[in-house]
Write a protein that binds this ligand. Sequence first.
Ligand SMILES: [Zn+2]
Length: 346
Amino acid sequence: MSTLALAFDLGGTELRGALVERSGDVVVRVSAPTMAGAGSEAVIGQIITLAGTLLKEHPQAKVVGIGMCAPGPLDPKAGIVIGPPTLAGWHNVPLIDILSRQFGLPVRLENDANAAALGEWRFGAGRGSGSLVFVTVSTGIGGGVVADGHIYHGRRGLAAEIGHMTITGEGERCFCGAVGCFEAVASGTALGRRATKLTAAGDGSLLRRLSNDGDVSARHVVEAARAGDASALDLVEAEAKWLGIGFTNLLHLYSPDLIVMGGGLANGFDLLAPLIRTTIETRAMPAYRDVPIVPAELGDRAGLVGAASLILWEGEPGTALAMVQDEETKNGAGGQAGALNQRSGP
Ligand SMILES: [Zn+2]
């Protein structure tokens, strides 16, 4: 059997694990509902259990390391999960130290959006490109930027928090406390909220029939728009405009070879894309207008295979992070950012 990585994608609702080959092929995968309210020790226990399950299924597997992704904010260089809003009781958890001691294997950590960007770049819609922006549009909006062949990390690995760039001065307050965040106006949640406001329970609209007179979700809007429903088509048009405004900012900031759109709302990509394109053509400067906007290809395995590639493609474009970290530690540089000082292990 070829060389494999253990990969884990820790989400607020689901914990996924897999054995992944260098090609990005998933040999076997498992999942469990994340014990998100139970604190970090319980969840790390789940990771260890899933690893046991995977290795039991493939006792001959030659596992060379563990690639892991988790919700931000996290510090990939220091290997610390700083405090994701979706996981209770996680405060500066040194996950790399804990897992490498447990398994005696090298461990790499990346935030989930960056890992998905890596997955799409190496194995999915972004193969062969030098720079891309991956945007995931679902409950919230997250992103990862591959810039000139590397994940762009910024200070403490916190770069590309694109869901919280301000794109308007109005609208509902974002969970981060600000008004006008990209996520607050363009996420699937925001689309569902607009649809719910536009209709009323019992009004007989297609949107409310699809939602059984409950709150309307983005999925219902896409479904109703496919059926030609006029109000759903209006909602899709407004949604595409917000996405187009956000994407225009990303084009101007990063000048990627392409933008890859994933997340739950990517199932309406064909409906949204022409209107996103129209917005970009009216807002972006001419040199940026012909950049392709494409749907993600890997679905919910993008994070897993991207995380695996942190181990299996280490030292190749986009994965030099650990080596940079080692160099920084050796030279004593980089410590002033504070991140490296928090390393509790060797
Ligand atoms: Zn925000």
